[in-house]
Design a protein around this ligand. Structure first.
Ligand code: CP
Length: 302
């Protein structure tokens, strides 16, 4: 992992996922350390974010490093027409690592090809969000005591949901059974089904999940992402497709946990928040430890 960019979840092997998870557990026990002293991390967010940017910045601050960057391009030279290449080459002069979120698929890979410092993809359009996936794996492992042989429900926007795409790729190494639950307009893209077919992974597709909740070990809810639709009518048609409510969990397994990358709009009713199954806010907290593990591994410090 040392000095390597993390652009796609496929950049890491199963062994490397497990190393990150083990290291994150150590950071959870001891999150404040002075091991990034002298390191500068740049967070370049060309798209809005709360959790990803702030958990990266919190992770750096707790480890004694410094953060530079922007969360809005209107105050940068991007607004004057500066290219992504020139922005990255410039910021690489001022930092040791760049964390970047960008609306265009493939932008992180491109940035990694022109940067002299490693790039961490913090979300590139509808493509991937690999650090979210590592914190999702950490959260699943922590709540289930294992990653293998789990029944995973993925619900909502499976077409544009980058967190879903990265998570599916990472879990194929752990013999999951997937239940893809989405409106017809937002079904999982064919390329993911082809990959699962090739690897012999079981999956099924559904329009509803209320009659099968008792099968789930993990429910991974996602938001219908207004910003990804070119046709506003398509968004209006699908935006209220699923609302998970407390009374739907009556027959759930005792080990069921509900995850969501967040932000939520209305797809999880607030009456779920205080249940034993709700894990999404702790999941977001886990992002700090996992991102500490990722950055220290890239810096070759642990
Ligand atoms: N999960 C996630 O990417 O959240 P933000 O958009 O708030 O960073």
């Amino acid at each position: 992992m040392k000095n390597r960019s993390l652009v796609s979840i496929e950049d890491y092997s199963k062994e490397e996922y497990m190393k990150i998870l083990a290291l994150a557990e150590k950071f959870e026990a001891n999150p404040v350390q002075n091991i990034l002293n002298g390191k500068v991390v740049a967070t370049l967010f060309f798209e809005p974010s709360t959790r990803t940017r702030l958990s990266f910045e919190s992770a750096v601050n707790k480890l004694g490093g410094r953060v530079i960057g922007f969360s809005d391009t209107s105050s940068t030279s991007v607004s004057k027409g500066e290219s992504l290449k020139d922005t990255i080459k410039t910021v690489a002069n001022y930092s040791d690592l760049i964390v970047m979120r960008h609306p265009i698929e493939g932008s992180s890979r491109y940035a990694s090809e022109v940067s002299r410092v490693p790039i961490i993809n913090a979300g590139d359009g509808a493509n991937q969000h690999p650090t979210q996936t590592l914190l999702d794996l950490y959260s699943i492992n922590k709540t289930q005591g294992k990653l293998d042989n789990l029944h995973i429900f993925l619900i909502g926007d499976l077409k544009y949901g980058r967190t879903v795409h990265s998570l599916i790729i990472s879990l194929v190494d752990f013999n999951p059974t997937f239940y893809f639950i989405s409106p017809k307009e937002l079904m999982i893209p064919g390329e993911y089904k082809l990959m699962l077919d090739r690897k012999g992974i079981k999956y099924s597709e559904h329009l509803d999940f209320t009659d099968i909740v008792e099968k789930a070990d993990i429910i991974y809810m996602t938001r219908i992402q207004k910003e990804r639709f070119s046709d506003p009518m398509e968004y209006e048609k699908t935006k209220n497709s699923y609302v998970l409510k407390n009374n739907m969990l009556a027959n759930a397994k005792s080990n069921l946990k509900i995850l969501h990358p967040l932000p939520r709009v209305n797809e999880i009713n607030t009456d779920v928040d205080d249940t034993e199954q709700a894990y999404y806010f702790t999941q977001a907290l886990n992002g700090v430890y996992v991102r500490q593990a990722i950055m220290t591994s890239i810096f070759g410090l642990l």
